[in-house]
Design a protein around this ligand. Structure first.
Ligand SMILES: [Zn+2]
Length: 270
């Protein structure tokens, strides 16, 4: 009797685990903007903001940041650029083993002071999305000179618009100006062709995504939680935010490893 009760319980638990696996996978937002690819890529894009000791959620402490980068190095992760990711999504170009894209939003000066030396130590690439009107204007943001140095040392500087306004609250002309003028500022200061943008506050819609494409960007990054794979909209790429928490390393570890499982169960990315 006791055995059969246990047996039933096991079957029930197995069903609860298996049923979500049989449900349809993540929905594609907009067929037109999705990269056609046969790759089975699933890439984590880490999203940081500040790296300092402010003890607010957006501030990962330098000691925690070092620990996280050391972990990635130990575990054999290879940092990639946005170009490498897009080449893979669009053309199926092969990525290195355990690829990871490290991004920072807003371009705080602490990225230069506290994150850059650690990235350099481990030979890691990263991408910083800057608010172009803030450089050489506000003291807690990187300067164009620092941006240039970062750019020469494996840190790509990309757009986070001109003024960091939520794009969904602007009219088309204002959106276009934010997209085009931020790209122009980075292109001119750093002598490059800026191809990537992160939406300020993460807000966007498909109309804005189309304008981003028309402004000459190759892809755009959101704060939508998840890994990037072939179902991702390349003008609305998912990222994994890394915050300061009560146990920052534990949160980092869980976010790094468990998202593919959550996605598979259909818990996120819908
Ligand atoms: Zn931002």
């Amino acid at each position: 009797m006791k055995f059969s009760y246990l047996y039933k319980k096991i079957i029930l638990v197995m069903l609860l685990v298996l049923i979500p696996l049989l449900l349809p996978g993540p929905k594609i937002l907009d067929q037109k903007l999705v990269a056609e690819s046969a790759s089975d890529t699933s890439v984590v894009i880490l999203n940081y903001h500040k790296v300092d000791d402010m003890k607010i959620s957006l501030s990962v402490a330098p000691v925690d940041f070092e620990k996280q980068m050391a972990y990635l190095k130990e575990q054999g992760y290879t940092t990639i650029t946005a170009d490498q990711l897009l080449d893979n999504l669009e053309n199926g170009t092969e990525l290195p083993e355990k690829p990871i894209l490290i991004t920072f939003d807003d371009g705080y000066e602490d990225n230069y002071k506290n994150a850059y030396p650690v990235l350099k130590k481990y030979g890691f690439k990263a991408t910083i999305f800057v608010i172009t009107d803030f450089l050489d204007r506000y003291p807690n943001y990187i300067t164009w000179a620092q941006a240039q140095e970062l750019q020469q040392n494996g840190i790509s500087i990309e757009s986070h618009t001109v003024q960091h306004k939520s794009l969904t609250e602007l009219n088309d002309e204002e959106v276009r100006s934010e997209l085009i003028n931020s790209k122009k500022a980075i292109d001119e200061h750093l002598g490059k062709d800026t191809r990537y943008i992160a939406y300020p506050t993460g807000t966007y819609n498909l109309h804005i995504a189309q304008m981003v494409k028309d402004a000459g960007y190759r892809a755009a990054f959101t704060v939508k939680y998840g890994n990037v794979d072939k179902a991702s909209n390349i003008y609305a790429l998912e990222r994994v935010p890394i915050f300061h928490t009560e146990n920052t390393f534990k949160s980092f570890y869980e976010r790094l490893h468990y998202i593919p499982i959550f996605e598979h169960l259909g818990w996120i990315k819908s």
